[in-house]
Design a protein around this ligand. Sequence first.
Ligand code: FAD
Length: 288
Amino acid sequence: MAPNPSFKELIEQTSRPTLSFEFFPPKDEQSRISLNETVEELGKISPDFVSVTYGAMGSNQEASVSVVESLASRFRTIAHLTCVGSTRDNIQQLLNRYAKAGVAGILALRGDKPDNFDLLPDSDYRVALDLVNQVVLENELPVGVAAFPEKHPESPSIEHDIMVLKLKQDAGAEFAMTQLFFSLESYVSFVSSARNAGVTIPIIPGVMPVNNVKKVMRMAEMSGATVPQSLATELSGASSEVEAQKIGMDFTVELAAKLLKVGAPGLHIFTLNHYRAATEVARAVGLC
Ligand code: FAD
């Protein structure tokens, strides 16, 4: 059997788009059961890699680290890492643990800005770029970063976000994963502008299956993702939850298929720790 390629080689050299899944750490026994079941089921379709979210400012962080440590022996695992409110020493301790666990890479993030951001006394970080620098200069872990096809909520413009993405690439970031979005045109236009600005790293779209419609709409609102009017109208005209779910999943599969058609390097599916919708999307677009 050929040896496993490194994460960087995987993204750059794989002959087909990558398939990957995002999990979040469990908060209680019930969500632990749900995560374990999701990991088991999605493991059967052999994702190229998985990622695990990390709570900024202290929420559920140890749970995230232990999920990463347990998945890393089984999958290529990307550990999300937020730096806001942390010290360099704390972050370095985590990076050492991740290196020891054999993680495939770090998704270097700032984390959502807390209300008291300007007053934080002991944070050694202002922006994700500070963390990218630390991972690249002081560790040997591949590093990825976030990208925002519809603009980061705090940014003055998409051009500004692309300038920041280029700074992260220049600092050593090897790949980017996007925030959730529902518009193919947003992704295409963002990637095209990024390429024109000299960003060459893979920009992997994050896809959220629209199966639990209320929950996904809430997450869209929180992240600032625009829900296309046609989808909103169709969903609000649905006569039952089952019908709304079908409309949402048909929409997701069509978006995922179009993303691959326009050359997306992979699909990163936000599973919300449920396997059925993620499997359905991956199957429908021929990635498993
Ligand atoms: P930054 O790069 O620091 O950007 C934040 C703002 O500062 C932006 O407006 C940017 O334009 C601006 N900025 C940054 N650097 C500069 C600079 N040098 N000069 C001028 N302006 C600058 N959050 C979590 O808490 N846990 C997670 O696990 C998590 N996973 C995520 C996964 C993905 C794929 C994505 C897209 C987001 C995720 N987030 C997560 C949310 C993320 O932490 C927030 O969106 C956060 O608000 C911004 O993160 P960032 O890394 O892009 O920050």
